[in-house]
Design a protein around this ligand. Structure first.
Ligand code: SAM
Length: 293
């Protein structure tokens, strides 16, 4: 076994050797605690028969733990300055492919076909750049990649929103957008002290697991998300008021909204935050014919 990259001393050595300066704008907070890394990887239940997709390998702290556990690792890194560093730190591992790309622009499916087509079991495992956590998750989910799930670190506040249940403060359109695709749970919380530089916010790792069978079916997924976003536009307003002000011509079409709510079995005086995903799905299907632009 090689010396861990993610000890405070070795990390400092690597940063010094390459004269690396952190870019805040790229969400660069590197992990320096091998125990935390082992814990993250253990939540992904990987074997040598699995492949892992990592977003933002940094200097390879998590990547090397993934390389030891999985059959192959594909890591997308946006910062060109890190490529020579990764080449060096990951040289003991022959099962890692580093892709120099912005994950938001990458064709992940093509890369999967090229690099890990032999693997039936694929997990996304990452310490995400916090400034783009939500766009990354939404992209990966909407592209319906053939993955079992994700184990990803993010800002604790975002993790709370993603995993929230109805009638709680954190529940909102993000909870619905993610939980529609995958079961979401907090796997562990992580103190600021295990990063360099330390972030200003608390962190948490969430585990997302693909639903074996869709929990709800809708005629139009995009419209489900339109309706859920509209319903949370002003949290203190009733669902009727929010839909009236947010849907196209909602004010003029109040009767059609009331009719859809009634058919879906939803009291118009309820607030959006009390509705389950199933209820949002039923409502979206009823509203669809009259409100999809
Ligand atoms: N995995 C490393 C660790 O845990 O120490 C680094 C994690 S750091 C929070 C986030 C990493 O994502 C950085 O290496 C950063 O350069 C990279 N990154 C930021 N935006 C990115 C993007 N759009 N696509 C790919 N990588 C990105």
């Amino acid at each position: 076994m090689h010396k861990d990259i993610a000890t405070p001393i070795r990390t400092q050595e690597i940063l010094k050797k390459y004269g690396f300066s952190f870019k805040k704008s790229l969400g660069q907070n590197f992990l320096i605690d091998p125990n935390v890394l082992r814990n993250i990887v253990s939540h992904a239940n990987l074997t040598k028969e699995s492949a892992a997709i990592e977003i933002g390998p940094g200097i390879g702290a998590l990547t090397e733990h993934l390389a030891r556990t999985a059959g192959h690792v594909v890591a997308f890194e946006i910062d060109q300055r890190l490529l020579p560093v990764l080449e060096d730190t990951l040289s003991p591992y022959d099962n890692v492919s580093v892709i120099h790309s912005d994950i938001l622009k990458a064709n992940v499916l093509d890369v999967m076909k090229e690099k890990i087509s032999g693997y039936q079991d694929v997990m996304v495992v990452a310490n995400l750049p916090y400034y783009v956590t939500t766009p990354i998750l939404i992209k990966l989910l909407m592209e319906k990649l053939p993955i079992r799930g994700m184990v990803v670190m993010m800002q604790k506040e975002v993790a709370d929103r993603i995993t929230a249940v109805p009638s709680t403060k954190a529940y909102g359109s993000l909870s619905i957008a993610i939980q529609y695709y995958m079961k979401a749970e907090i796997a562990m919380t992580v103190p600021k002290t295990v990063f360099i530089p330390q972030p200003n916010v608390d962190s948490a790792v969430i585990r997302l697991t693909r639903h074996e069978k869709a929990i709800v079916s809708v005629k139009d997924e995009d419209f489900l998300f339109t309706v859920s976003r509209a319903s949370f536009a002003q949290r203190r307003k009733t669902i009727l008021n929010n839909l009236q002000s947010q849907l196209p011509n909602g004010k003029a079409k109040k009767d059609l909204i009331l009719q859809a709510l009634e058919t879906a079995g939803i009291d118009p005086t309820r607030r959006g935050e009390t509705l389950s995903i199933k209820e949002f799905a039923g409502l979206a299907d009823e509203l669809l014919p009259n409100f999809k632009d």
